[in-house]
Design a protein around this ligand. Sequence first.
Ligand SMILES: NC(=O)c1ccc[n+]([C@@H]2O[C@H](COP(=O)([O-])OP(=O)(O)OC[C@H]3O[C@@H](n4cnc5c(N)ncnc54)[C@H](O)[C@@H]3O)[C@@H](O)[C@H]2O)c1
Length: 311
Amino acid sequence: MKTYLVTGAAGFIGAAVADRLVKEGNKVVTIDNLSTGFREAIPEGVIFIEGDTFNPQIIAKLDNYKFDAIFHIAGQSGGVTCWKDPIYDLNSNVTSTLLLLNYCKEHGCKTFVYASSMSVYGDENPCPVREDDEIKPKSFYAVGKNASEHYMRIYSAEFGLKCTALRLNNTYGPGQNMDNLLQGMVSIFMEQAIRNHHIHVMGDAKRYRDFVYIDDTVEAFILAANGKEKELYNYYTTATNRKTTCERLVAEIMKNLPFDVTVEYKGRTQGDQFGIFCSYEKIFNALGWEPKTTLEEGIKTMAAWALQRKK
Ligand SMILES: NC(=O)c1ccc[n+]([C@@H]2O[C@H](COP(=O)([O-])OP(=O)(O)OC[C@H]3O[C@@H](n4cnc5c(N)ncnc54)[C@H](O)[C@@H]3O)[C@@H](O)[C@H]2O)c1
């Protein structure tokens, strides 16, 4: 049995990673401030510390544990929230990383895996974006994710920690927060469709993204923690190498709902990338990771789950 810290286990990805680790017989501790997550989402058996990951007093509560690895997944990820409260965004996404890396250094935890984001690339690169393409963040959120990566790189170089940043593309699937209409393209569109039989897409129908199913994202975290790469600091993109436009996503959602849905394309989200999809060549070569669930299968499973929870 190993012991892990999974921050953000009341949220979508953190809960799924924690659940997998608990089911495999490990001890899991989480820190979560329940800002976008729910106490009920924390998998059974996980030890819960309630509070902010950027609060040193909360981090001090970890002193009694010895972790085999830390999965730092808690974070502020709302595209709108990062503009409304950039200081909270900075603390949640960067200060937290620094405190946890320092904790690793002080307590001999050697492995650190971080939920970064494809948003670090901005809009400048031709698609599919490759890991070593130019980094040009367009939002405070993306700047924060990239800053955390640099802290990890330096902790690897100076203190010998094995750090992996996963630049996640849009993760979707059952368990996503359907009540938070500020975060998660698939969950927002699907929930609007179920509640109002109407989808309001902020921006152009031709905007595009790369959608990765939750189980595939979880697998990437597990593989990253067990990677045997010779470099101590690594960064990878989890992606499908497939371009999916908003229009196509909306059509896929509609196909799986038992009623008619209308759609409008209006407005924009500040600092949002117009379009991105990414290569997953580097993580495939290093860790053997590849996406296993197609968008068609994933949306079908998620729609069935989302309809069921309304009953
Ligand atoms: N879901 C995606 O498509 C996606 C894409 C790129 C990156 N990410 C990153 O992955 C991570 C998880 O995303 P998610 O979709 O599960 O989001 P989520 O909002 O469902 O989960 C985040 C969890 O972290 C908690 N949290 C947030 N800030 C905190 C803080 N300062 N202290 C303690 N707890 C805090 C929330 O309460 C929530 O339970 C985030 O860091 C996000 O930036 C997600």
